[in-house]
Design a protein around this ligand. Structure first.
Ligand code: RUQ
Ligand code: CUA
Length: 865
């Protein structure tokens, strides 16, 4: 099976193969296609999305997690999920909402003191510099409990949650202004700004909509609530928003529905909301000058304070020529500013047209104070026709837009038609349509709403999946479909089920723009980025008690938790600060205490805190929850909770039979000898690394640092061992010697990885054939017996081509038909020595040739193995 894959992939990748192999591959390929019922186009589509192992994606997508209150991260084109980021909802794997530090973030999201443990995430937004994504921060809104969260793309963790002080729901956020000065959050369902009851009959007087302009500091990546303000809007239900850029920079655009200001009453015989809220032929696009309003907000005379927050009343905005309305086709949804900032495309769910507004025309009307009227709140209305560049009929239920790098091209989702339409918004011409399954909402282009769209792909974020996937019960997964847009017409490549809430919007960025770190500076509180108050280094571990408060300063490193016993009284408040002392990449340790609903995740260098009241008496194992090492299961300890009011009888001590001094001494000597031998191996690796100037290669140098982290702990253990031995406690000395061996194994593990990496860096370049040979050697299982540079369960193959006369022919034959050579005296000797026969691995001639090339390459670099 392995073999066939290899050939298939090289065939599809178009590498030059001899005809016989190509033919074999074609046969194999057609067999697979037949078995799986694949057409040629299916195979091409598969190849366009397939990532061989180790190959990474070009784009990274951040998708809203909908009702899960999280953010989903995946790669394009492979559509492989990379991460779920806990945002508004606790996420146990990451310890999010369980450790004290992340719980503090989650609790920033309390509303009026109420704990909220979920969110309805809708619109993720990437921070911008000059209207282009800079890969630093991600913001996302919660529609249900109007809040904005900030995620740091340095570690993909949520760092801040800010509840909206005046809105009771939101939708049209989060959207960054072009230099991340502000994040726009628009209200959805109008409600009173204050927290009091106001009868629905007073809707027009006391209910309000609006847009909050959250001041953002892109250097520290935090919203500054005190410097933020809200622009009051009429009680229309505001919907999506976008920030102007380029020539419209400084302006914001927010559309709305229910300009009827209908308030329902189905239960008293009124027509339902859905009828009353869509009666008008047009609703209003709100156009506001946020730059000017931000200046106005600085003067207390221009604002009223509601819930400790600055609100610019409608009349102040109007008086200062900073707020306007333009009619837009009924029940609009998406509003999307073009990459150059000149055009604003609005799609109306109940209209078959998209409307293209021209900002230059809008600006001219504003400058000339040319209004067609005023709404009931005194806001000037601009004439729709005079603001429009034009309209185009696209199909049923147009919703959202994503731009293309080709001037004038845009992609729009059609909800009712279940299609993506590509069209030209300048020439007002439909170019292509592609069917999707089913009922597409948003669509995500690659940086498709920035000033620098990349094209290549569009992802359709469909609301229904119906029959696309295995039936998993009445609640279906959502369906993200990847569409190739690099050609003249669109081509649907693949479906990805997403089973974590309705994903609404997603944003994609070039992976090359993201630079997350792999470890923290030792003792970092990842939530603040600063040193953690509980930072504990090796040797500083301790347990402190002050009254009923027990504070533990703990460390975790492969493969132990220090301390390994924590004894407290029932009723004590227990604070455990934990530091992961690792510096090695991906060496996370998790920590839990059984039955106490505790979990923390500690990434290398991180410190975090668990805190709880020890309200249950008993013995509770605690352990590391990440399979971090061969001795992971041993990475544990006990929390002992005693009732101070009880007297405990100590059980009779059982005298254990132990070894004689002589036996102990023998075991001690054996352990020491093993350690010496292991150290010799380490020293030879060290010599190799030094001789070959490992410090010139950053990856290798990093691995050496990781290895030394382990190795440098040995002298301390050795001292303890020697002391114990001197005191005659041989049993203890053996335990310390064992510890030394553990450290040596970890050192050797990383050291050998460093050596292998270095060999690759300094060896001569492999020919394509030698590279294929190496792959065949590994996949054919040869390396199970032959370890290059070492005698293992088979002979070392370094120099094998020289060992035999006509070496190439001899080795080839031995690979292809070993059984014919078992009687050869040399081979016979080998079979006796290793007690193994070289098996026939059914290599092809081509593979055998490649393996020979690989062996030649080994000989060229024999000094390195
Ligand atoms: S939404 S399907 Cu952005 Cu909440 Cu349009
Ligand atoms: Cu640390 Cu398992």
């Amino acid at each position: 099976m392995k073999k066939s894959y290899k050939i298939l992939s090289s065939l599809v990748l178009g590498s030059t193969l001899t005809t016989s192999v190509a033919l074999g591959a074609t046969n194999e390929l057609s067999k697979v296609m037949k078995e799986r019922g694949l057409s040629e186009i299916d195979v091409i589509r598969a190849a366009k999305t397939y990532n061989p192992t180790g190959i990474k994606d070009k784009y990274v997508v951040f998708s809203s997690g909908g009702q899960s209150g999280q953010v989903i991260v995946y790669g394009v084109p492979s559509m492989r999920i990379l991460k779920y980021i806990g945002v508004f909802t606790p996420e146990p794997w990451q310890g999010y909402g369980y450790d004290k530090d992340s719980l503090a973030i989650l609790r920033q999201g309390n509303i009026r003191g109420k704990e909220i443990n979920w969110g309805d995430t809708h619109h993720p937004a990437l921070s911008e510099t000059d209207g282009k994504y800079d890969g630093k921060w991600l913001a996302i809104n919660d529609k249900a409990n109007p809040r904005i969260a900030i995620i740091d793309l340095g570690d993909f963790e949520t760092k801040q949650i800010v509840p909206n002080p005046v809105f009771k729901s939101d939708h049209g956020g989060a959207f960054f202004t072009p230099n991340s000065e502000f994040i726009i959050e628009a209200a959805q369902y109008a409600a009173p700004f204050d927290n009091e009851y106001h009868p629905i009959e007073d809707y027009k007087e006391t209910y309000r909509g609006g847009v909050t302009m959250w001041k953002f500091d892109p250097k520290i990546g935090r919203i500054l609530p005190k410097d933020s303000f809200t622009i009051e809007f009429p009680p229309y239900h505001q919907d999506l928003s976008d920030a102007g850029k380029g020539e419209s920079n400084g302006w914001g655009f927010t559309n709305s529905f229910n300009t009827e200001m209908y308030t329902g009453g189905i239960e008293v015989g009124m027509p339902p909301n859905e009828a009353g809220m869509s009666r008008n032929d047009t609703d209003f696009l709100h156009v506001y000058n946020w730059k000017k309003l931000a200046e106005l907000a600085k003067n207390p005379k221009n604002v009223k304070i509601v819930n400790d927050h600055r609100v610019i009343p409608i009349d102040v905005a109007v008086k200062n020529n900073a707020l306007f309305l333009i009619p837009e086709a009924k029940s609009p949804h998406g509003v999307d500013v073009s990459p150059d900032g000149r055009y604003i495309i609005v799609c109306g769910k109940l209209d078959t047209h998209a409307s293209v507004y021209d900002f230059r025309k809008i600006k001219k009307l504003i400058d000339n104070k040319e209004y067609s009227g005023k709404d009931p709140y005194g806001i000037p209305i601009l004439d729709m026709k005079k603001s429009l560049h034009g309209q185009l009929e696209l199909g049923l239920g147009p919703l959202h837009n994503q731009y293309s790098p080709i001037d004038g091209q845009v992609y729009t989702s059609l909800y009712v038609d279940s299609q993506v339409v590509k069209w030209d918004y300048k020439k007002l011409k439909v170019l292509d349509k592609e069917n999707v399954h089913y009922n597409i909402g948003h669509l995500a282009g690659m940086e498709g709403k920035s000033a620098d769209p990349q094209g290549e792909y569009i992802i359709a974020l469909n609301k229904l999946s119906i029959d696309r996937f295995q039936n998993v019960g009445p609640l279906h997964p959502q369906n993200h479909q990847l569409i190739d847009i690099s050609g003249k017409t669109m081509d649907l490549l693949v479906d990805m089920p997403l089973p974590l809430g309705e994903p609404h919007q997603a944003v994609a960025i070039r992976a090359s723009k993201l630079h997350p770190h792999v470890r923290y500076k030792m003792g970092t509180n990842s939530k603040t980025g600063k040193e953690h108050i509980g930072k504990t280094l090796a040797g500083q571990e301790r347990i402190e008690r002050k009254g009923n408060h027990v504070t533990v300063y703990a460390t975790l490193v492969r493969s132990h938790i220090n301390p390994e016993r924590i004894t407290v009284n029932k009723g004590d408040l227990v604070t455990i600060h934990m530091t992961n002392l690792e510096r090695a990449q991906d060496e996370t340790h998790g920590f839990t205490i059984d039955n106490y609903n505790q979990h923390g995740s500690l990434e290398p260098g991180e410190t975090t805190t668990l805190e709880f009241v020890a309200d249950m008496e008993g013995v509770f194992p605690y352990y590391c929850t990440e399979f971090c090492s061969a001795l992971h299961l041993e990475m544990m300890g006990y929390l002992m909770v005693k009732d101070p009011n009880k007297k405990y009888e100590s059980a009779q001590k059982l005298k254990m039979k132990s070894m004689t001094t002589q036996e102990l001494k023998a075991e001690y000597d054996k352990t020491v000898a093993v350690n010496k031998a292991t150290d010799a191996v380490i020293q030879s690796v060290v010599k190799f690394l030094k001789d070959n100037k490992f410090e010139n290669h950053k990856v290798v140098a990093d691995l050496v640092t990781d290895a030394l982290d382990q190795y440098n702990k040995i002298p301390e253990q050795k001292k303890k061992s020697d002391e114990a031995f001197k005191k005659g406690d041989i049993e203890k000395a053996i335990l310390f010697e064992n510890m030394i061996w553990q450290l040596m194994v970890k050192t050797a593990d990383v050291g050998i990885r460093a050596k292998d990496t270095l060999v690759r860096k300094i060896a001569t370049k492999q020919s394509a054939s030698a590279a294929r040979g190496e792959k065949a050697f590994a996949e054919g299982g040869c390396n199970g017996c032959h370890v290059i540079g070492k005698v293992s369960s088979g002979p070392d193959l370094t120099g094998v081509l020289q060992r035999h006369e006509n070496g190439v022919k001899w080795v080839s034959k031995f690979i292809l038909e070993p059984e014919t050579m078992y009687d050869d005296p040399y081979v016979k000797g080998m079979i006796d020595y290793f007690n193994l026969k070289m098996p026939n691995q059914h290599m092809t001639e081509e593979e055998t040739k490649d393996i020979i090339e690989y062996l030649k390459w080994i000989d060229e670099n024999a000094n390195l193995f």
